[in-house]
Design a protein around this ligand. Sequence first.
Ligand SMILES: Cc1cc2nc3c(=O)[nH]c(=O)nc-3n(C[C@H](O)[C@H](O)[C@H](O)COP(=O)(O)OP(=O)(O)OC[C@H]3O[C@@H](n4cnc5c(N)ncnc54)[C@H](O)[C@@H]3O)c2cc1C
Length: 262
Amino acid sequence: MTTRTVVAGVANDRWLAADRARMWEEAEVVGVERRAAAALLRLRLVEVPDLLPGQYYLVRLAVDAPPGVVEQAYSLCSSPHPPSTEVEIAVREVPGGRVSPLLAHQVEVGDLLQVRGPFGFLTWTEHDGGPVGLVGAGTGVAPLISIVRYAAARRLAIPMTLLCSSRDRTTALLIDELEALARGLPWFKLVHTYTRSPHDPSARYRRRIDADMLAEVFETHEHALRPTLYYVAGPGDMVITTRSMLGSLGVADDVICSEDHA
Ligand SMILES: Cc1cc2nc3c(=O)[nH]c(=O)nc-3n(C[C@H](O)[C@H](O)[C@H](O)COP(=O)(O)OP(=O)(O)OC[C@H]3O[C@@H](n4cnc5c(N)ncnc54)[C@H](O)[C@@H]3O)c2cc1C
């Protein structure tokens, strides 16, 4: 049996996090846009969150499957600057999944969702410097666009190149927004690779990410802008192989930050 000694008047809160273990908060869905690639959900939080570009929230739903409640992680694809109570997530349906089909197809404006966050270490701010190499596949693009949007909102002009891997144009996450950013920002370059669209001319590559592609995008063509930092996000196998291929190109492991979207 453990005993706890409490001395009246000397309780010390120095180990307590600033949020005092606030658990789930209720966020109102204030915008829903259903696209082929993902549903964009705009959520209004109770307070302006203290977050960094690239972080994620947990979303908790009551579901009809045991144990009755499931929580899943969703990256914020919006910029944390300027500070706002509204944040955006992009949810791609995983067939047979417990949460994503509900968020993608059934959640509507006016619904309340339980959320918790922010979490995650795939973060970048101007203090991290650059140039920055971004490699995203599938929903891994969501935290990376948050980073680019943040840099744009802060007018930072730190060179960033995003290599974006998708099955095809229709499944590329937030493609219109990314292409608009690339057209408007001289410091941001966007390179698409489509793994299942062999004839689409809008992609520079039409295969899975490999070491030659990484070398061309980040080491050769953009030589003057060789990244000092890399951010890699997407399915687990893609993250592992991309880290390893960057390593084979001489990129030190400690300048690669990655997140597995499982
Ligand atoms: C840090 C992080 C950030 C993320 N960001 C995003 C994002 O921005 N956008 C996004 O869309 N996703 C994101 N994800 C993925 C997201 O968290 C979920 O994993 C995804 O939405 C699937 O959740 P789900 O509940 O629908 O699927 P799950 O219910 O977890 O199911 C996943 C798969 O397992 C199968 N399955 C489920 N239950 C069982 C079972 N009992 N037995 C056998 N098979 C089963 C399902 O059929 C399905 O194929 C992120 C993940 C992480 C870790």
